[in-house]
Design a protein around this ligand. Sequence first.
Ligand SMILES: Nc1ncnc2c1ncn2[C@@H]1O[C@H](COP(=O)(O)OP(=O)(O)OP(=O)(O)O)[C@@H](O)[C@H]1O
Ligand SMILES: [Mg+2]
Length: 374
Amino acid sequence: MTSVARPAPASGRPPAYLQVAQLTKRFGSATVLHDLNLTVEKGEFVSLLGPSGCGKTTLLRLIAGLMRPETGRIVIADRELTRVPAHKRQVGVVFQNYALFPHLTVAENVAFGLTNQRRSRDEIKRRVGEALQLVRMAPFADRSVSALSGGQQQRIAVARAIVVEPAILLLDEPFSALDRKLRETMQIELRHILRDLGITSIFVTHDQDEALVMSDRIAVMNEGQIEHLGTPADIYTSPKSLFVLEFVGLSTRLGGTVVSSHGGEVEVETAFGRMRAPAQFRPGSPVVVAVRPEAISIGESEGDGRNVVRARLTDVVYLGAKTQLHLRGERSGDLIQAEIARLPPGGLPSGSELALTWRVEDTMVFPAPASAAS
Ligand SMILES: Nc1ncnc2c1ncn2[C@@H]1O[C@H](COP(=O)(O)OP(=O)(O)OP(=O)(O)O)[C@@H](O)[C@H]1O
Ligand SMILES: [Mg+2]
């Protein structure tokens, strides 16, 4: 790798390791990525999370150099890559459908990139051995890859990508074909390997749990843009938009209108009465008030600094470590979801009316979506 000495920045932070700036990609008349910006620090693991068709794979392909953007820049380690062809970018890629060479052995598959780089036989043997050790596949070196299970093939795909010590590793839903148990094991293993090697990675998934488990930061994408880039906790507790709130985790969402605003707090009129929340909106604004299920408690402890709703219990779902309650507002029909650690003694009969409360500070407010504002 050519390393360029970098002068210390005059002020502020050094530039990020990966910088994607104002990237736009069109297919015909459809704009698939709009002016997209993303920065990733060295050694960081960032997930791209978003619904099907939002542009995750397109972004990866642009970073890998497999496609050209209409506008924008891609820089890795101070190297402008926008016009550099894929094979000169030092980018490792792992796809959903392994894409291993079926006629080659495990070791030959892993050696592929090093052979292309014309490394010596000794070096190739050593590095392939180390990579297979890392993914716990050393005993399979001489097997045909077509004689491996899905999980084993995926490990080989990972070994093949990391053996060349890529400047960045791009993974596109690599575990989506695996069963749940194996997927969870692979998530943890891959995370350890990449952390140990300090490899900067971008991981595409539409599985929010996978993103929460694995990532240093998550980029939630919607229609070709990143709506929120933040730590898993940040995304969950302070989502930047209604879309991010709805895409990651469960929530109760109630429509309303802001009636007053002062001291960083608003009061919102909803079908359940007035609610308070830390936010700033003009009186008269149509909004959505939201709360996470685990922030809700049952009972009358209204006290100060809590919002209250009364609703009828429709379902009790036992999930082992917690119990989920589904309720409906009598007049509005709004669905409310709460999670409690333990049912009260005697249980909760379906159809009973409950008072639910949560702290004002756990209450989120978003502008109402345009279509629901009327
Ligand atoms: N080569 C192409 N030609 C035309 N349109 C394309 C092409 N590749 C992707 N698209 C379109 O671009 C949009 C984004 O596609 P992309 O594959 O990036 O989505 P994604 O977020 O990876 O979705 P998924 O979760 O389903 O894999 C989609 O509307 C898709 O139909
Ligand atoms: Mg995709």
